[in-house]
Design a protein around this ligand. Sequence first.
Ligand code: HEM
Length: 411
Amino acid sequence: MPCPALPDGFDFTDPDLLHHRVPLPEFAELRQAEPVHWIPQQPGIAGFEDEGYWAVTRHADVKYVSTHPELFSSWLNTAIIRFNEHIPRDAIEVQRLILLNMDPPEHTRVRGIVQRGFTPRAIRALEDTLRRRAHSIVQEAVAQTGPFDFVTQVACELPLQAIAELIGIPQEDRLKIFDWSNKMISYDDPEYAITEEVGQESATELISYAMNMAADRKQCPAKDIVTRLVAAEDEGNLTSDEFGFFVLMLAVAGNETTRNAITHGMHALLTHPDQWDLYKRERPSTTAEELVRWATPVVSFQRTATQDTELGGQLIKKGDRVGIFYSSANNDPTVFDSPEVLDITRDPNPHLGFGGGGPHYCLGKSLATLEMDLIFNAIADAMPGLRLVGDPRRLRSAWLNGVKELQVSAS
Ligand code: HEM
């Protein structure tokens, strides 16, 4: 049914939208008029799926969907590799091996194993290394004489190093991982000239890299997540395919999201001088969470209804696709006072930037917020006069709020 709040043919997953602006003002209208609304598939927009999807826009409904996996399955959830007629059916089956796409009981089993690599102790153990990295990244940037690109020179590096440290990828291979993960998410953007086939090939290469690492760790165990996972594989708790896809997921989930959170966060601080001054003075511990709410790097994920059910006054039919829009939930005025205001001291801040709190809640949240704290601290120390030189150049994507370039100057 057409909704008076939306123009005809409007689709939240149209990559051209996110290419230009986020958050989308249409979310606000929809939250009021019809918070759960059917968006038919638009010709020419690959979107979520063939037929269309329910757009879920209110904070409470996004949480409800996320915390009821028995009603809303995560299978076919992924946006990492798009499903369409060019992707062979067996490649789709293979997607079942990605944690993000699993349902209980597989999800419970695999998550139980992989989260051993993400304990507070494991993250704390990385802190000193990452602090030194953040410091040296910023020192290199500050040495630039003229304007430089914040994305490539600052925001990319720490997430890449963090995930590589965690997984145990040697320094000389880290750029390869970065390149593969970039290619896997960039095929919506013609500027990268990357086809879906290239995206698929990158995924295959990354997985075989991970498999080789596993074989290596079986011979020579180390103190890293791969060794831990290989041990689980040996105990028969994790298949080698599941292992390969977990590493693939980490590379994408750990790199792209955090890089965009850092870039958007920096842009937000520099365009709100009162907040940047406050940050430099007081370094509130609530900053990273507010910047993730503000930026919402992952705009949406999807679920599929497992049975007929009601949501927001709509009848969702078994098999319907459901898009949960974190970006809309994070601007819901029934939950956040003045959501349009950037407030780095916001507390409490029940944003859904890391997910709606269900079983798939972001595994890397502590690592991501640690990285953000470390890099913003280092920037505030070494580049207090940082200023914008241009507007962000945005990524064209159906689901990721990404920035490709942000020109800044240290003085
Ligand atoms: C899941 C956001 C950083 C690993 C997710 C989800 C979101 C998200 C929205 C899905 C939650 C759901 O479906 O309920 C973010 C943001 C980040 C970030 C905004 C940075 C600011 C990271 C990092 C890592 C990571 C650094 C790893 C090192 C994962 C994993 C999952 C996940 C493994 C899947 C969990 C599961 O399916 O059980 N993240 N993430 N994320 N994230 Fe993150």
